[in-house]
Design a protein. Structure first.
Lengths: 483, 479, 95
């Protein structure tokens, strides 16, 4: 078990097993382990088996794609036609999406199978998965610890072998941080690489979809299908999608990798830093040229990020008003009561906090001090990266300041939770691609290393990660699961 | 009253005549069953995104070019955030900073011979909201989102108008312009062209503007004039009674002919505008603008000047003929059939034809007399087939659908008698029958000539050519 | 930056969010500490920097003016809380 996407793809192509068989295997594992891990909000067994049968027929007809028949899990904020799409929120608990997200369409047309919809922080707001209406996901490496967030269900499902690959979204680290906490590989592509159509928005100028899998090789396969132009998303890029799987065998000889001094400064767990340094040594042995660089405005990225993200979310979430879909409160006395109670009862505490701060930041008299200021800092942060990329090919650092923390450890203090995102959010502000891959353990919990690439250089990231994974086996480690 | 001055600015919302919505591919056709033209984007479903309609941008630029405005090369869409059930996303996509059309101006003629420049502050693109229907159900408000996402051009004037009459002249001018440009059908009943008026008053000589009230829900030019006049009176009475005007939105009630405060909009609005992150800045090149400028139709002002300079029409007639695109098209089509008869056609169109349209309450587009038919009628007067008096009878018959001018003249036997033999016979008969008057004329009483002409015309049932009758009659009587 | 509970209630009204009476103090203190974090932005002079609204500095793509959508009202209204005769319904609004 715990086959990779690549292994399943090859096995299906070679006729070693059918899609129905492999899908049944995963559904059985989900039935066994999901009750304790809580990775899935919805398991779509019947649909999965129907899709698997179709995939087997398609393969028999000689029309198979690399992903035809491969079972995958999708974060529950990608709209899936006819299937509940909850965003882990009470307000969408009854929402059967009437259409497919572009990402879902892409996987469907490749013939991939959907196992179910994964758990997450409500509306992708959180770094621990504790903000889900459906309860927290347990980290498969230690169930007392969080899996990270917001795409915690997808990361944990891949780590636990409940799916070989999964989709996620990353607004401030929501793919990379849970990938790090769960010991899997995940990539956040360049803003505009993957269509946002049908991906329920948290912060429109930061959100980007991407895959989780066990390896960079698998991520390359998944991203090739996920990415691409979509005319329904005005911010989606028209740049052609490279053949990622074909571009990952190039090695890292002569590759210039920069280590931002700010990412290795105060606040980084020293044991974790040591693990990262070992991984850097490995890359150096493979021929990469390592140098120090500076991203001077890193410290500003947290306040900047939270202003931009909260302002955008306060407006994006206005459509959840109890009028056309979703939760409506009981017996509203008038329109205002309908709005206030539907939203007040439908949204969880963290979502409400962010809507309130965002509303405040955009309100009359505060716009310049908050939103406009944040947009200026955003350009300064972007400029830091552009300067860095004039001398290096890739940037490397830790994904998180520490390993997965215990469930409940940070729930009382939203600000300490926000500080978890220090290394991941500046990329979203700049729109750059980044990925996290497992490079070791601290106290039995996985450590993630982050690689940051220049715009649209996902192939470069995947290639570097793949080179590292060719000579190490951290990505092959699996947690021992208890029922 | 006389020491007060009113200050009026208008915000006009013109629905652009695109076939699909501004940010989605749903139809904009009017009158469909509720919510059948509202797609996932218009409904604000989770995860949907807007994509801008190219034609809406072109139409906005066309308007901007026509009013001599600056067109920004870089235009930005913003979200205007407020909650209302006919606003599905909880925000309206509009423009705040960097609208597509900057400062421009037009000229209005509130009175004959008067020309006044009115400044246009800006015109921006935005999406229309849906409709809230309050009388569909006893306990609930019904929401129809077919209109949600229809493209609007909001045209904001400077507070340059000083009377309701000027405001109406401005609104009519913009109405005429958007129809000339073919960017809006101008149908006020269906809400395609809507006016909001900002009205304030101040004592003459004051530099500072008074507190303004915004008048909404005005769906005809007549109501616009009435609503503004009422509001001016209300504000003056209020201040003279020691009260203060409060800044508020007032709804015009055409049935009661009054404005009243809209309580639901009373709270201070804080729209929290910010650039819409789902849309990118619109880039408009000089080439785009040049291409649109080159393809612009002849505009009312240019047309008017051409009518004056090339056709020799008076300023007044040229203004009236060009005030609506339909009238100008009618005139030009008729003129093509009778190129020499400029003044005659202008007089018939602005006189009898306009009178008949008003009387029957019919739009120029539905006129029963086609331009070529009117041209034929005017030609028959010019070539002396009929007299001007008979022509009115023919016009009436054409309006009733009895056929072309020639058909009616033929069928009713209205052809003018120009045969001098026949006229001579008529004259001889009348002279013979009235010896007394003949004597009076010969004694120097010239006035009696009119009596003879009248008698002859009567005998000919109006068909004798009056010029010929006059000349021949003089000859006969002198003999 | 410190907020008062009235500020929180005003913002909550703008955002149309009901906040339970007994949660107001917690929200007030949480929001104040978030704003304190956010105020760190003021440590940097950004005067003259052109605001960045979108990471790619790209321009808007335009779509042709074509009707591409069909009527799917029945499907969309299946998930609505209150519909009648094709209309969505809300408690009566008095204007």
């Amino acid at each position: 078990m715990a086959k990779s996407v690549t292994e399943i793809s090859r096995g299906l192509a070679a006729g070693k097993f059918s899609s129905v068989e492999v899908t049944q295997d995963y559904l059985a594992r989900i039935a066994e382990f999901n009750p304790s891990l809580n990775c899935f909000i919805s398991v779509t067994d019947e649909l999965a088996l129907a899709q698997a049968r179709q995939a087997d027929d398609r393969r028999a007809g000689g029309e198979a794609d690399a992903l035809t028949g491969v079972p995958l899990a999708h974060k529950d904020l990608f709209c899936t036609d006819g299937v509940r799409t909850s965003c882990a929120s009470r307000i969408l608990d009854n929402f059967i999406a009437p259409y497919d997200a572009k990402v879902i369409e892409n996987f469907k047309s490749a013939g991939a199978v959907m196992l179910g919809k994964t758990n997450m922080d409500e509306f992708a707001m959180g770094s621990s998965n504790e903000n889900s209406h459906y309860g927290c996901v347990a980290n498969p490496w230690n169930t007392a610890h969080v899996p990270g967030g917001s795409s915690g269900g997808s990361a944990a499902a891949v780590a636990a072998g409940l799916a070989p690959g999964a989709s996620g979204t990353d607004t401030g680290g929501s793919i990379r941080q849970p990938a790090a906490f769960c010991g899997v590989t995940g990539i956040k592509p360049t803003y505009g690489r993957v269509s946002r159509y049908g991906m329920i928005a948290f912060a429109s100028s930061l959100d980007q979809g991407g895959p989780f899998a066990r390896s960079a090789e698998d991520c390359a396969l998944l991203l090739r299908t996920m990415a691409g132009f979509d005319r329904r998303d005005s911010t989606c890029s028209e740049q052609a999608v490279p053949d990622y799987p074909a571009s990952i065998g190039r090695g890292v000889e002569g590759l210039k990798i920069g280590l931002p001094v700010e990412y290795f400064a105060e606040g980084l767990d020293s044991k974790l830093a040591a693990v990262i340094e070992t991984a850097v040594d490995e890359l150096r042995r493979l021929g990469a040229e390592i140098q120090d660089i500076s991203l001077p405005n890193t410290g500003l990225s947290i306040p900047t990020y939270y202003v931009v993200a909260m302002a955008e979310c306060s407006s994006n979430l206005s459509r959840f008003d109890g009028v056309r879909f979703g939760y409506r409160c009981e017996d509203p006395v008038d329109l205002e009561d309908l709005y206030k109670r539907s939203r007040g009862e439908g949204f969880g505490a963290e979502v409400k906090r962010r809507i309130l701060i965002g509303t405040y930041a955009l309100s009359a008299g505060y716009y310049d001090a908050y939103y406009l200021k944040a947009q200026q800092l955003r350009r300064m942060i972007k400029d830091d990266f552009q300067k860095a990329f004039s001398s290096v090919d890739l940037i490397l650092g830790p994904t998180t300041p520490g390993v997965a923390f215990r469930i409940g450890a940070k729930t009382d203090d939203p600000v300490s939770m926000y500080l978890q995102d220090i290394y991941t959010i500046s990329l979203n502000l700049a729109g750059l691609p980044g990925m996290s891959l497992p490079v070791g353990f601290v106290d039995g919990l996985p450590v993630g290393m982050q690689l940051i690439g220049n715009y649209f250089d996902e192939a470069g990231l995947l290639n570097a990660a793949h080179s590292y994974q060719q000579v190490t086996d951290w990505h092959l480690q699996t947690p021992e699961l208890k029922v | 009253m006389s020491d007060w001055e009113s200050v009026i600015g208008l915000e006009i919302h013109a629905q652009l005549a695109t076939v699909s919505k501004i940010f989605s591919g749903a139809s904009t056709a009017f009158g469909a069953a509720p919510n059948t033209q509202a797609c996932v984007v218009d409904l604000g479903m989770p995860g949907v995104l807007p994509v801008l309609n190219h034609e809406a941008v072109n139409m906005a630029i066309r308007f901007g070019v026509a009013i001599g405005a600056e067109i920004d090369h870089h235009s930005v869409f913003a979200r205007k955030n407020y909650f209302y059930p006919d606003l599905p996303k909880g925000y309206q996509i509009s423009q705040f900073e960097l609208p597509i059309v900057g400062k421009g101006h037009i000229f209005i003629s509130p009175d004959e011979g008067v020309s006044k420049e009115v400044g246009i502050t800006r015109a921006h693109l935005e999406e229309d909201a849906g409709k809230s229907i309050h009388d569909q159900f006893p306990e609930q408000t019904a929401i129809d989102l077919n209109r949600a996402g229809t493209p609007l051009l909001e045209i904001v004037s400077e507070p340059d108008m000083r009377s309701a009459k000027e405001a109406v002249a401005y609104a009519r001018k913009i109405h005429s312009l958007v129809r000339y440009l073919e960017i809006c059908d101008g149908n006020m009943q269906e809400g395609s062209f809507r006016c909001d008026a900002n009205v304030s008053v101040r004592r003459k000589g004051d530099q500072k503007l008074g507190t303004r009230a915004e008048l909404k829900n005005i769906n005809s030019f007549r109501f616009l004039e009435r609503a503004i006049n009422h509001e001016i009176e209300r504000q003056i009475d209020l201040i003279e009674d020691g009260g203060k005007v409060v800044q508020e939105t007032r709804l015009y009630d055409s049935e009661r002919d009054e404005t009243r405060s809209m309580r639901s909009k009373e709270e201070a609005n804080d729209y929290r505008y910010f650039p819409d992150p789902d849309l990118l800045p619109v880039a408009i090149s000089d080439e785009d603008i040049a291409r649109i400028r080159a393809a612009l139709p002849e505009l009312p002002e240019q047309k008017k000047q051409r009518y004056i300079n090339d056709l020799g029409l008076s300023d007044y007639n040229a203004e009236l003929l060009t005030s609506s695109r339909d009238t100008a098209i009618y005139f030009e089509t008729a003129l093509a059939a009778a190129p020499e008869l400029v003044a005659q056609l202008a007089n018939w169109i602005l006189g009898d034809l306009t009178g008949a349209l008003n009387k029957a309450n019919v739009e120029m587009t539905a006129v029963p007399i086609e331009p070529a038919m009117l041209a034929q009628l005017v030609t028959r007067i010019a070539d002396s087939t009929i007299s001007g008096k008979i022509a009115k009878e023919v016009f009436e018959a054409m309006w009733q659908g009895e056929g072309s001018a020639d058909e009616i003249i033929e069928a009713r036997g209205l052809k003018q008698i120009t045969d001098s033999g026949a006229i001579e016979t008529l004259i001889d008969e009348v002279i013979a029958a009235n010896p007394e008057q003949v004597a009076q004329f010969r004694a120097g009483k010239e006035k009696v000539l009119g009596f003879f002409v009248g008698q002859i015309m009567k005998q000919s049932q109006g068909k004798a050519n009056p010029g010929q009758v006059n000349a021949m009659l003089r000859e006969k009587l002198k003999a | 930056m410190t907020l008062k509970s009235e500020d929180v209630l005003n913002i909550a009204h703008l955002a149309r969010l009901h906040i339970d009476e007994d949660a107001i103090d917690q929200y007030t203190s949480d929001l104040s500490s978030i704003l304190t974090l956010v105020d760190q932005m003021n440590q940097v002079d950004s005067s003259g920097v052109v605001p960045l609204a979108n990471p790619l500095d790209a321009t808007q793509r335009l779509r042709d003016d074509e009707v591409t959508e069909i009527d799917e009202r029945d499907k969309f209204q299946q998930i609505a809380p209150d519909v009648e005769a094709g209309f969505y319904r809300v408690p009566k609004v008095i204007e």
